[in-house]
Design a protein. Structure first.
Length: 179
């Protein structure tokens, strides 16, 4: 079980810390991005200027799709349109179905596409089940939301520690990026 929950790459920080150099180092040609707390805080319905700038920079080297478990067409569709990205909502991750559809739309081998998200039991598990490269990012949480309001995430961290999954960013994971 711990192999299915172990991300291939753990970022120290938000998705904005995922660079073109990292993407190229791992030979990635596509990214599937979770939305809630990966791109925007859960109660925010628009992309930040920093996120828009990041998407513009990253889309020059990879295809990008949004794949969210959220069912709100208004919210997820609005974020996707503001970023000019294709999307699926209601993905029911860790189901692989919508991830597989997005990868097929990209016309890329699954091994060259990364699933990027903030949750082990949805994003990482779904990506690993499909044979994708998986990237765990720190969640983007609204500053006014207390951490104890995240019982599911706290439970995931606790379980991951028990079964031996490492979710602590390790500096050596980023070696040779300057070469």
């Amino acid at each position: 079980m711990n192999q299915l929950l172990q991300p291939d790459l753990i970022l120290e920080g938000s998705i904005l810390h995922l660079t073109r150099e990292m993407i190229q180092q791992y030979n990635l040609k596509g990214l599937l991005l979770d939305v809630d707390e990966t791109l925007v805080p859960i109660r925010v319905a628009s992309a930040s200027p920093e996120l828009k700038k990041w998407v513009e920079e990253i889309r020059s080297c990879v295809d990008i799709w949004l794949v969210s478990n959220n069912l709100s067409e208004n919210r997820i569709g609005g974020i996707a349109r503001s970023l000019d990205l294709p999307y699926f909502l209601g993905a029911a991750k860790p189901s692989r179905r919508k991830l597989r559809e997005a990868v097929q739309e990209m016309n890329l081998p699954v091994q060259q596409v990364a699933m990027v998200g903030d949750r082990l039991f949805t994003d990482v598990l779904a990506g690993n089940r499909l044979g994708m490269f998986t990237i765990l990012v720190e969640p983007i949480i609204h500053p006014e939301t207390p951490l104890y309001n995240h019982p599911i995430r706290n439970f995931e961290v606790w379980i991951s520690e028990i079964i031996g999954v490492s979710i602590t960013p390790k500096k050596q994971r980023f070696t040779n990026l300057d070469k």
